[in-house]
Design a protein around this ligand. Structure first.
Ligand code: NI
Length: 222
């Protein structure tokens, strides 16, 4: 194991310990899958994979809240950990910038991921919200917010941006199946990299097949 690999494996252990017992969709195994997705995407992209892997592992380590340029406690935890690991200052800055670009959910969230490293981590995070994982996570989230499974009489609401969508979480009148139309099925077209687009394609098709089957069974069609 070279030095970078050691830092990555120590970071994986750090994230695993930090997120132990986290029962939302952002537990250690989410971080693990985003890390694996990022490795897969990175194979065909020209990126600094050390930065990508660290940022993927650490991207959800804390709830990043930004107030007037205040970086928040989450990014401080990341900085401290990487400083303890004797990671170069310039790399730490890059990892933090990558995480900020990925986690920032504001009006201009679309333009936040500008470097190839942040594009990859954002794609990796989004890939974990589609396919078999997306289906499973939608049901988990729905259960957490006491949402109904499905109600044909509840229309799919439209949101003008991601922040509005996040804020609506947990409000009444939402169904798990609607989440597919509000978010999951839209993610394929939001991928930044060509690699993620091709990985997203079959995962997207799998969700569509699942929904077809769901509605057929709902109406007792087969
Ligand atoms: Ni995430």
């Amino acid at each position: 194991m070279n030095l970078n690999e050691k830092t990555i494996s120590k970071t994986a252990k750090f994230v695993k310990d930090k997120l132990a017992g986290e029962s939302s969709g952002h537990d250690w195994w989410h971080a693990y899958r985003v890390w694996k997705n990022a490795q897969l995407i990175g194979k065909n992209e020209n990126a600094d994979m050390f930065v990508v892997e660290l940022a993927a592992l650490l991207h959800d380590i804390a709830d990043f809240k930004f107030h007037d340029g205040d970086e928040g406690v989450g990014i401080e935890i990341v900085r401290e950990h990487l400083t303890d690991q004797k990671v170069e200052r310039s790399i730490i800055d890059e990892v933090c910038a990558t995480i900020k670009a990925v986690s920032y959910k504001g009006a201009n969230a679309k333009s936040a991921a500008e470097t190839i490293e942040s594009k990859i981590v954002q794609d990796a995070d989004r890939l974990d919200a589609i396919g078999a994982m997306g289906i499973a996570r939608n049901f988990m989230t729905g259960a957490k917010f006491n949402e109904v499974l499905y109600d044909p009489e509840i229309d799919v609401p439209s949101y003008s941006n991601e922040l509005e969508y996040v804020r609506a979480k947990g409000k009444s009148g939402r169904t798990v199946i609607n989440h597919f139309y509000e978010k999951s099925l839209l993610l394929k077209d939001l991928m930044n990299t060509e690699s993620a687009k091709s990985i997203a394609e079959p995962r997207h098709e799998f969700m569509k097949q699942y929904l077809d089957e769901f509605f057929d069974e709902w109406e007792g069609k087969k």
